[in-house]
Design a protein around this ligand. Structure first.
Ligand SMILES: *Cc1c(COP(=O)(O)O)cnc(C)c1O
Length: 387
């Protein structure tokens, strides 16, 4: 038997123990957040100078195992800088998924490159290695140094899979294909801080990856992001170019190349440091919540999206697949009417006006998932003594 929409509302209300509006994902703050932010104000170091930025970067490095983490103003900026570091150039193609948030494609666009859309896999909802390989075999050649798109002769420089809703993509398979075809893999790990792929943190396989700390992500700095680098030297250069490429000097302003002003303000980093101290708890609580949803939807006609095998997901956003798209529309409408925020997946990127002319492979799985998916409330549920 499948739950009716009112049984679903009752269940979600019983989890969150409230009669108020239930958002899709709300941030959780403790005392330390207030103290840290207050500290930046009282010290007057709210902006580009102050010790929280370095502390936050060190915390993320220690947590993920990334060699270098560079805090940025937002996740899009981190992704832009990652693509810049990966050597993407004007007129290049960059492969990504059709099922992603627009920021992935915007960052590609900011490099004056264009996306190529590849289908996703049901197991991960992220880029499908089989679809990637078959696109390349049909439409690309490699000369051992570069990958060339056959008909346009443009270079396919990079490939950006995204760990959808926190579930890790098949990184080993994607990396093997990228290496074979001389394409640079860049991870959009904006949604997957704390997720593990075969025991390794997402965002640490590729040479360059991006995280986001937007208000709806697993931890937040208000707005913010982070560029993860696997190599110390490249990390050093990435820090340099994201901070106006300024030579270190007590009072002189000397810049040796065009840079970005993507540095995260100390005020936001202060919030980030406090949030990092709760991250393990958030992951634990989100995984518990996912277990409860999983049990509720078991043997119903709704399919709960579980973590892929050999992975630990942070379950950033829980999701279900409805039997068909009419039912999806009903679920979304009725839950929202009942004060429970549910929403569909993003419109596919190939259907947005600025990207509809871009090359693509077959997108049958993306289209099917997009037409049937509903994201359901996913904020971690913390008791008083968890904070
Ligand atoms: C959140 C997010 C980003 C980055 O977004 P910002 O709002 O710029 O921090 C990038 N890609 C994906 C898939 C995201 O979900």
């Amino acid at each position: 038997m499948s739950p009716t929409t009112s049984q679903l509302s009752e269940f979600i209300r019983s989890l969150y123990q409230t009669n108020e509006f239930i958002p899709l994902h709300a941030p959780t703050f403790g005392e330390r957040e207030k103290q840290n932010v207050l500290d930046t104000i009282e010290s007057s170091f709210v902006s580009s100078v102050g010790e929280y930025v370095t502390r936050f970067e060190n915390q993320v490095e220690a947590f993920t195992g990334a060699h270098r983490a560079i805090a940025t103003v937002n996740g899009t900026a981190a992704l832009h800088a990652a693509l810049y570091m990966a050597g993407v150039q004007n007129g290049d193609y960059v492969i990504t998924q059709a099922l992603t948030f627009v920021a992935t494609c915007n960052a590609i666009h900011h490099m004056a490159a264009e996306p190529i859309f590849i289908d996703v896999a049901y197991q991960t909802m992220g880029m499908c290695p089989i679809a990637l390989e078959s696109f390349l075999e049909e439409h690309a050649i490699t000369d051992g140094q570069n990958c060339i798109h056959k008909t346009s002769k443009r270079k396919i420089r990079a490939c950006v899979p995204m760990h959808t809703f926190g579930h890790p993509v098949q990184l080993d398979e994607l990396l093997a294909i990228c290496n074979k075809w001389n394409i640079e893999l860049v991870e959009d790990a904006a949604e997957s801080l704390g997720s593990l792929y075969k025991g390794q943190h997402t965002g640490t396989k590729a040479r360059f990856s991006a995280l986001s700390f937007n208000g709806n992500k697993i931890i937040t700095t208000g707005g913010g992001g982070m560029l993860l680098c696997a190599d110390e030297t490249e990390g050093h250069r990435a820090k340099h170019i994201t901070t106006t490429a300024k030579a270190a000097h007590p009072y002189e302003f000397y810049h040796n190349e065009p840079g970005f002003n993507y540095r995260m303000p100390n005020l936001n980093a202060a919030l980030g440091c406090a949030q990092m101290s709760h991250l393990e708890t958030f992951i634990e609580k989100k995984r518990e919540l996912a277990e409860q949803y999983k049990a509720f939807f078991k043997s119903s006609s709704f399919q709960f999206i579980d973590e892929p095998s050999e992975c630990r997901s942070n379950f950033w956003l829980n999701a279900i697949l409805c039997e068909h798209s009419d039912l999806r529309n009903t679920v979304i409408e009725e839950q929202n009417n009942a004060g429970i925020m549910c929403r569909p997946a993003w419109h596919l990127m190939n259907r947005l006006p600025m990207f509809e002319h871009c090359p693509r492979g077959k997108l049958t799985v993306s289209e099917d998932i997009q037409s049937r998916l509903v994201n359901i409330p996913s904020s971690p549920i913390l008791k008083r003594d968890d904070q």
